[in-house]
Design a protein around this ligand. Sequence first.
Ligand SMILES: [Zn+2]
Length: 341
Amino acid sequence: MKIYYHPHQALHNPQTYFSRGKMRDPQEVPQRVEEFQKGIKSAGFTVTTPEDLGFDYLTKVHGFAYIEFLQTAYQEWHEVPEDWGEEVIPNVFVKDYNALKGILAKASRYIADGSAPIGKHTFESIYWSAQGALNAAKAVAEGEKVSVSVSRPSGHHARREAAGGFCFVNNAALAAEYLLDHSDAKKILILDTDVHHGQGIQEIFYDRSDVMYISLHGDPTNFYPAVAGFEEERGEGEGLGFNINYPFAHGLSEEAFFKVLKRAMNDAKIFNPDVIVHNMGFDVYKDDPQSKTKVTTKGMGEIAKEVMALGKPVVGLLEGGYLIETLAANTESYIRGLAEK
Ligand SMILES: [Zn+2]
């Protein structure tokens, strides 16, 4: 099993974020990648530095102007003569008509909420997180049964043209597109077991049947991303039926979580994908500050085993998970689960 991580993924160092009426202490901190690495090591694996596969898939999944914005926003923000604070965090959010005059207008268009601050080194982390996902996809395309990427910053909330929810570039979407282009795979399943709905993945593949998205997550009513992730969102056009959401009641037991996962895996069997991209969020952990369910450390390994049980190659992306003290143990459990078969 190849596991990818680049040291520049630790450079993104958010100072604050705005959520639910308050400025809050960052949860998506650089220490998370240290914990991921500890867990990987304890499971008996080492990390490989990804090779640079360039910008092609970043600009295939996202608009060119959006990627350019991510790259230049910090510098433009600091060229403004007034003190706007260290990080790019807009206070205006307008997706539709926007003349894009000035950095505040661009930030208003390309950042969807208050939880995706752009600092001095954020883009370097985004770029190498994306390369890790592409390298993991490449390893599977070249015959590995399972490969993993330390996916920080995470990707599943990143929309085609907007950052949000700690996410900037949609790593799962990059992996799926890479596999469709560079392997015999015709059908990709993106399975998302993070406690939050991945509205970015849903948006990107909503009208497609070659990439199915299945997500189980806490009911998004008054819970991030709030505006998407409901059962009735089933895809459109050719993609109708290929987007499946399983929102669950907050406080769900571990046993009930695995029942929902079984239902998702039954859908997966019917779709019969050639490859599974698994968006793993450790924020389903029972004590995670974001959690709405009660999955244990042992359960992280059980999730991996359920995914592997389909008998398909797997690209695992280590995304959410904010309880620092248990992130290493939860990672170890997940990696061991992937390695077992
Ligand atoms: Zn999450």
